[in-house]
Design a protein around this ligand. Structure first.
Ligand SMILES: [Fe+2]
Length: 176
C-alpha cells in the first residue's frame, strides 16, 4: 500500500455558506478556493494552512460530542489575542467534553509529551475546533527541523491549468 503523505481536507457540516466563509476567513485566516461556478455550487472549499476545509450543506448540524479537528497555529499569544478581539471564546475543556490538562487556565492548557499549547473554539455551526501550537516544532524522521509552512502564502495543490478561467467562460456567473 502506498504511504499516506498527509491529510488533505476535513469536511464539516454547515448551514450557511457565506457565514461559514466569513467566519473562517476572519477568525482563522482561511482563504476561499474559487473552483469555478459548477464546483463552487457543489460545496464551499477553503484553504487553511497546508490543508483544506470542505463543507456539506445541511439544515441542521448533527453535533457529535468530542468530534473535532485540530489546526496548528504559528503565533500562540497572537492567536489568543485575535480570538479575544473577535469575541470568540476559547476553552481548555471544550465545555466539559474533555478533562483539560496542563495548568489551571480555563482558556488554554498544555500537553505533557510535546509541551503543546491547546485550546478549543466553536465555529458558528458549533463545529469544535482545537487550536494547537507545538512549541518544540516539527521534525523529520532524521530529527531535522522542518518548516512546512514557510511559504508566506502557504502551499496549494496544483490545479489543471486554466481550469477556473475556463469554467467561468463556460458558465459566467458570479463567484460564490
Ligand atoms: Fe484533539
Amino acid at each position: 500500500m502506498s504511504k499516506v503523505s498527509m491529510i488533505h481536507h476535513i469536511n464539516i457540516q454547515i448551514t450557511d455558506r457565506q457565514r461559514t466563509r466569513e467566519w473562517y476567513e476572519k477568525v482563522l485566516g482561511a482563504e476561499f478556493l474559487d473552483r469555478g461556478p459548477a464546483l463552487n455550487k457543489r460545496q464551499l472549499q477553503l484553504r487553511i494552512g497546508t490543508g483544506e476545509i470542505h463543507t456539506s450543506d445541511t439544515s441542521e448540524v448533527i453535533q457529535v460530542p468530542q468530534v473535532h479537528f485540530a489546526i496548528e497555529v504559528e503565533d500562540w499569544e497572537g492567536t489568543l489575542k485575535h480570538l479575544d478581539s473577535l469575541g470568540v471564546s476559547c476553552s481548555r475543556s471544550a465545555g466539559g467534553a474533555f478533562t483539560g490538562t496542563g495548568g489551571d487556565d480555563p482558556k488554554q492548557g498544555r500537553r505533557e509529551d510535546t509541551n503543546e499549547h491547546y485550546t478549543y473554539i466553536r465555529d458558528p455551526d458549533g463545529n469544535l475546533i482545537e487550536l494547537v501550537y507545538h512549541i518544540l516544532g516539527l521534525e523529520s524522521s532524521q530529527g531535522k527541523d522542518l518548516e512546512l509552512t514557510s511559504d508566506p502564502q502557504n502551499v496549494r495543490w496544483t490545479q489543471n491549468s486554466g481550469f477556473v478561467e475556463d469554467a467561468y467562460k463556460a458558465e459566467p456567473v458570479q463567484s460564490a
